[in-house]
Design a protein around this ligand. Structure first.
Ligand code: GRF
Length: 202
């Protein structure tokens, strides 16, 4: 059975690209990205999706009365495309209760720091400024908190002597592009079981 994936994005879409590429190469099997939704009109991620024949839509948050109405529109789309897995790949909004309630343990986010440290925006910069010697990225299920959901996979990278926040971010991004497809593969193969806040790999 194929898992239909919808990806939510806001920007350049390099993580989206890594999942597209890993589906096309056959690393991830029995999955298809059916739809990409952006809350930013000129997000390059939309173009990346269209380049691969994937429907890509901009949903304008400012066109709705409130967050709930905006998310109801997203929910409608998720339903239309029979979504089995939602990926947040550089989606810069907090997903609300409505969507989370409708897709329990079926929403996955990638964060550019080793959670639970450095939640929120600019995780790489936060870690760099703090002076950590190791950082990395985290793939996790999404719950109602900000970057607090059960952790699926993490990858570490060293912070090197001559690093800037940008060189560190680039090193982390390389790992993001590996770990997100790996998590998607595990999910699609039914190998992730959530027990409380622990994700067991079966
Ligand atoms: C990535 O660093 C991701 O971890 C964070 O936002 C960035 C998105 O990059 N959530 P891209 O749009 O996937 O290139």
């Amino acid at each position: 059975m194929t898992t239909n994936i919808t990806v939510l994005v806001s920007g350049r879409g390099s993580n989206l690209q890594s999942v597209i590429d890993n589906i096309e190469s056959g690393y991830i099997q029995n999955a298809a990205i059916k739809l990409v939704i952006s809350d930013v009109e000129d997000a390059y991620a939309l173009e990346r999706a269209r380049n691969h024949g994937i429907p890509a839509v901009f949903i304008d948050p400012s066109a709705f009365e409130n967050k709930l109405a905006f998310e109801q529109e997203i929910l409608k789309k998720l339903g239309e495309y029979d979504t089995g897995l939602i990926l947040l790949a550089g989606y810069m909004r907090i997903v609300g209760r409505e969507i989370i309630g409708a897709y329990p343990n079926r929403i996955i986010n990638i964060h550019p720091a080793l959670l639970p440290s450095f939640k929120g925006l600019h995780g790489q910069q936060q870690a760099f400024d703090y002076g950590v010697k190791v950082s990395g990225c985290t793939v996790h299920f999404v719950d109602e908190g900000m970057d607090t959901g059960p952790i699926i996979l993490q990858k570490c990278v060293p912070v090197l002597k001559d690093d800037t926040a940008d060189t560190l971010a680039a090193r982390i991004l390389e790992q993001e592009h590996r770990v997100l497809p790996e998590a998607v593969k595990l999910f699609v193969e039914g190998k992730l079981k959530v027990e409380g806040r622990i994700v067991v790999h079966t």
